[in-house]
Design a protein around this ligand. Structure first.
Ligand code: C2E
Ligand code: CA
Ligand code: CA
Length: 572
């Protein structure tokens, strides 16, 4: 960890101290304020009650308190501070013109920690104040931080949890508490000696902090138990992902004095408001979830709530599954024909990803593409589809076919810096001419980062690759897109095609899309065509190219070759 972080961590985050001056002589008050102005944020009060009100609002670290106040005396104010649990830690320095021993004794007895004498000697007074501020700061740090790791301790965590809960109640948001307990640490500590144990705990603390955001609180409860508080969470899945990162962080080997140590940790997670409404039960539930993680075999996390556990575990299983499927190459690319309706001739094919599961059943991309996008797995997956599609198209063309292959590109792929290069590589490796490749993107892709998208699309156009706008009409559909981006094809979303015969407004939309495509000189493809009635309705509106189950479902490459050679479709 950097020195700066260590400093910040141990200095109570480097916050400027707050100083309250309580003085009824205006001149003295102003002199005092000038004296300490650069040492902290300064507030002024001229009597006891307003001093207490200000203190409750601003929680001063230090109070400069005149003894001879009108009404409530300085002693009474001091006693009031000491009697209030929220203010009792405040450092109080008395300011007085009376140099009398019994006065000083009384001030110390009521809880003051020092004196400044009037008339004020600025240099001496400042020196006093600085020493007391530093002492106060050190005491606060000791009270709120763990001596070994420098992390916030149980008391500070308690504070932060209360704050986080208050805020979450106001904003209707969630808070997560993760309780971490190192696996078998006591054994290690006892057998290796405490100095190694301590060094390991410090390294663990560093790693936990590295994984966390600055607004999260990483705290040590004592022993080998840590708590991470997430005051703002986006979703259950995000918490699961975070817990996963903590596991990974602790799993990589530690090196202490040249020796290697392998650790693991069990994590229990509880959530406000789903599992608990107050700090204490949040902690208790995180603890029992942690216990469940130990029972289930350690080195894992568990949510307190069984439902949340189920939903996130399913997702992580799917992700792990997908990773190994990528390695085992059980993904396949299927193809669906695009047909010129009046000639029954295949002119194109859309590559659609298929995942062959364990029992040979096919898993739909709709079930795993969203997660692949979230986890970044879409990058290797999408690359595989593009390369395979180019190879297959090339071999069809070599067999004499005249066919364009289209490949779906997700927004995540499109945003990758290496995207253009990946397209070039796929063409080069396969030997496919660029004019036979079409990329299907959705309107969502166009809506983001317009300038870069324009550049990318122009580069693709220059290369000779065609661009189709998929699911047209469902997204942010805007005619501006059609004007400002170099596009070649519009695909009418299957929802409109499905309902155009029963729903008048869908028929009107299809009609409008056909006209738009004509006005912008874009090729038009209707997808999801299932009946001859739909074909003739689409044809009468002016749409020629169809894709849908009526002609062919997506099929494996070998089947597609057979379909091509069979010479089209026998409808009239
Ligand atoms: P899409 O691009 O809109 O693809 C069309 C979907 O409609 C395909 O579903 C196809 O099987 C289905 N379909 C085609 N004709 C008909 C029909 O007549 N009736 C009905 N009911 N459905 C029809 P699929 O293959 O399950 O793909 C779903 C979506 O997954 C695709 O929607 C696409 O967004 C995405 N996807 C598929 N493969 C890839 C890929 O390689 N990369 C990326 N990024 N996304 C892909
Ligand atoms: Ca598509
Ligand atoms: Ca589509």
């Amino acid at each position: 960890m950097s020195d700066l972080r260590q400093q910040l961590r141990t200095s109570g985050m480097g916050v400027r101290p707050t100083i309250l001056i309580v003085e009824d002589q205006e001149i003295d008050a102003l002199v005092l304020r000038e004296m300490v102005r650069d040492l902290g944020d300064v507030y002024l009060a001229s009597d006891g009650p307003s001093a207490l009100a200000l203190a409750n609002q601003h929680k001063p670290d230090l109070v400069l308190l005149d003894i001879e106040l009108d009404g409530m005396s300085g002693f009474t104010v001091c006693k009031a501070f000491k009697a209030d649990p929220k203010l009792c830690d405040t450092a109080i320095i008395f300011v007085t013109a009376h140099v009398q021993v019994d006065n000083e004794l009384r001030a110390l007895e009521t809880g003051g920690i020092g004196f400044i004498h009037k008339p004020l000697n600025a240099q001496v007074a400042r020196a006093h104040i600085k020493v007391h501020l530093a002492l106060h700061e050190a005491a606060k740090r000791l009270a709120n931080h763990d001596a070994l790791t420098g992390l916030p301790n149980r008391a500070l965590l308690q504070d932060r949890t209360e704050q986080a809960l208050q805020k979450a109640r106001r904003n209707n948001t969630r808070v997560a508490m993760l309780l971490l307990d190192l696996d078998n640490f006591k054994l290690l500590n006892d057998s290796l000696g405490h100095s190694v144990g301590d060094a390991l705990l410090k390294d663990v603390a560093d790693r936990l902090e590295e994984v966390s955001r600055s607004l999260d609180t990483v705290s040590r409860q004592g022993g080998d138990e840590f708590v991470v508080l997430l005051p703002e969470i986006a979703s259950f899945d995000a918490v699961g992902d975070f817990a996963e990162r903590l596991l990974v962080a602790i799993n990589s080997p530690f090196s202490i004095k040249g020796s290697r140590y392998d650790l693991s940790v069990s994590i229990g997670i509880s959530l406000y408001p789903d599992d608990a409404h107050d700090a204490e039960s949040l902690y208790r539930h995180a603890d029992s979830a942690m216990y469940q993680a130990k029972v289930d075999g350690r080195n894992r996390y568990r949510f307190f709530s069984a439902d949340i556990e189920q939903s996130t575990r399913g997702r992580h299983l799917l992700e792990q599954h997908m990773r190994s499927a990528l390695d085992a190459r059980v993904f396949e690319v299927f193809y669906q024909a695009k047909v010129i309706a009046d000639e029954n001739k295949i002119v194109g094919m859309e590559a659609l990803l298929r995942w062959r599961g364990e029992d040979d059943e096919l898993i739909s991309p709709a079930d795993f593409i969203p997660l692949a996008e979230e986890t970044g797995l879409i990058i290797p997956l999408g690359k595989y589809v593009l390369q395979q599609a180019c190879l297959d198209a090339k071999s069809l063309i070599d067999q004499g076919a005249n066919i364009i292959v289209s490949v779906n590109i997700s927004a995540v792929q499109f945003r990758e810096e290496s995207f253009l290069q990946m397209v070039q590589d796929s063409l080069q490796i396969s030997g496919l001419k660029s004019c036979f490749l079409e990329l299907e993107i959705t309107e969502g892709v166009l809506a983001k980062n317009i300038q870069r998208t324009q550049q990318l699309l122009s580069s693709l156009r220059t290369m000779g690759v065609r661009i189709a706008l998929d699911d047209f009409g469902t997204g942010y559909s805007s005619l501006t897109y059609l004007k400002s981006f170099p596009l070649d094809v519009l695909k009418i979303d299957q929802g409109f095609v499905r309902d155009m015969l029963v729903d008048k407004s869908d028929a009107v939309i299809v009609d409008a899309i056909v006209r738009i495509s004509q006005a912008f000189e874009l090729e038009l493809v209707a997808e999801g065509v299932e009946t001859l009635e739909q074909v003739s309705a689409l044809q009468s509106l002016g749409c020629r190219i169809m894709q849908g189950y009526l002609y062919s479902k997506p099929i494996a490459y070998e089947e597609f070759v057979v379909l091509l050679h069979s010479g089209g479709f026998g409808f009239k």
